[in-house]
Design a protein around this ligand. Structure first.
Ligand code: NAG
Ligand code: NAG
Ligand code: NAG
Ligand code: NAG
Ligand code: NAG
Ligand code: NAG
Length: 339
């Protein structure tokens, strides 16, 4: 199972390697995420990788910068290539101002969803303490005027002497909350930019196939070696099994094939003479199960040491010469002592 997983990962990596080699991955010094297809750094141009609108640059602080055609520069907080999402912040830390003039036309980016917000200008002494309905925008407020954003324009304006500035749709993310978003999260169409290797790019397809086959050529012999090793190890395990303590099933098997006892051992077993009352010792019935005859007074029985099953001496002695098992308990003193 592990081998298949390794093999699969290897294949995945080789495909990823081939793809990345086609459109190089890079970084801005002060950003934790990599820049790769469909994004590209203007300083590292490479044909076939220049998706229009996805050009990024690094500023002198090593921050990744995106320039939206009609909205200007944003800092990039992260890029999620898998779901196709980019998080943007305002270099001047006043995103609401940027949201008020955001225009995404001519850019490949879209809002996940929109929510209408009204921006209000309220006298500072009035507009305090109604944060449940509004978001105060400190970077646009001054000592006399507070700027607010709200989805509940009519309620807020009924309560306070606010002036409406503008109502506009604001992009909100999947994790949309009531307040004005603190970060701008935009998406792009992953299905139209999901593969750096276009069908027309035969060279890249060829490279992927080559790398895949190379990895196959490496993996298959490794797989065979692993398999051979596994079989060898399993065999060795089986061999060693003979020396180790047998399992209960193995012990039972050994007991059944246990050989007969020698005369001294047979002689050592406890003998009991049945009394006039014909009381039989131990867990025994009135019939000897070997010779199928009832015990009579004065008859001598022999008790098996482990289970105390008894039999007529003549019957059990004959049997013990060929097999040490108790015919009832199927137990053997020999195998027990050997264990
Ligand atoms: C991306 O390219 C466009 C047009 O070539 C340019 O106006 C813009 O500044 C570039 N973006 C960045 C972040 O440099
Ligand atoms: C990295 O970015 C942070 C904030 O964006 C900045 O304060 C810091 O100076 C930057 N580091 C370097 C080495 O430029
Ligand atoms: C975005 O800007 C373009 C170019 O200036 C303009 O034609 C378009 O109407 C603007 N869109 C919005 C929603 O303002
Ligand atoms: C925002 O307001 C406009 C105009 O009133 C309306 O057409 C649109 O459906 C609203 N959008 C949302 C998300 O409520
Ligand atoms: C505060 O801002 C408002 C408009 O936003 C402006 O009319 C007013 O003059 C400003 N006041 C001060 C003291 O800057
Ligand atoms: C994304 O791109 C695919 C392929 O180009 C297209 O079929 C689909 O309609 C696009 N989706 C959106 C939301 O634009």
């Amino acid at each position: 199972m592990g081998i298949q997983v390794i093999f699969f990962l290897f294949l995945l990596f080789s495909i990823k390697y081939a793809a990345e080699n086609n459109c190089p991955s890079s970084y801005c010094a002060n950003s934790s995420f990599s820049i790769h297809f469909p994004f590209w750094l203007e300083s590292q141009q490479s044909p076939n990788c220049e998706s229009p609108g996805f050009n990024l640059s690094c500023n002198y602080q090593g921050t990744t910068v995106l320039d939206l055609p009609y909205s200007g520069q944003f800092f990039v907080g992260y890029i999620s290539y898998y779901i196709g999402q980019i998080q943007l912040t305002d270099p001047n830390n006043c995103l609401p101002r940027r949201l008020m003039s955001l225009n995404l036309s001519s850019s490949p980016f879209m809002a996940v969803s929109y929510q209408n917000y009204t921006f209000l200008s309220c006298p500072r002494n009035q507009a305090t303490g109604f944060t449940a309905l509004t978001t105060a925008i400190d970077c646009l407020s001054n000592s006399t005027t507070r700027i607010l954003a709200t989805q509940y324009q009519s309620e807020v304006m009924r309560l306070y002497m606010c002036k409406k500035i503008i109502t506009l749709p604001v992009p909100v993310s999947y994790l949309y909350e009531h307040g004005l978003p603190l970060k701008l999260e935009l998406t792009w169409n992953v299905s139209s930019f999901n593969n750096p290797v276009g069908a027309s790019n035969h060279q890249s397809v060829f490279r992927i196939i080559t790398v895949s086959f190379l990895s196959l050529a490496l993996i298959v012999p490794a797989l065979i070696i692993c398999l051979v090793c596994c079989i060898c190890m399993m065999r060795r395990e089986n061999h060693r099994g003979g020396d180790t303590i047998p399992t209960s099933a193995e012990a039972a098997l050994l007991m059944n094939v246990a050989a007969g006892l020698d005369e001294s051992m047979i002689e050592s077993y406890k003998k009991v003479t049945i009394g006039e009352s014909r009381r039989i010792p131990g867990p025994n019935g009135i019939t000897c199960t070997i010779c199928l005859a009832d015990y009579g007074p004065k008859e001598i029985v022999k008790l098996m040491p482990e289970c105390e099953h008894c039999f007529h001496v003549e019957c059990i002695d004959k049997r013990l010469r060929t097999s040490s098992n108790c015919p009832i308990y199927r137990n053997s003193p020999v195998t027990l002592t050997n264990l």
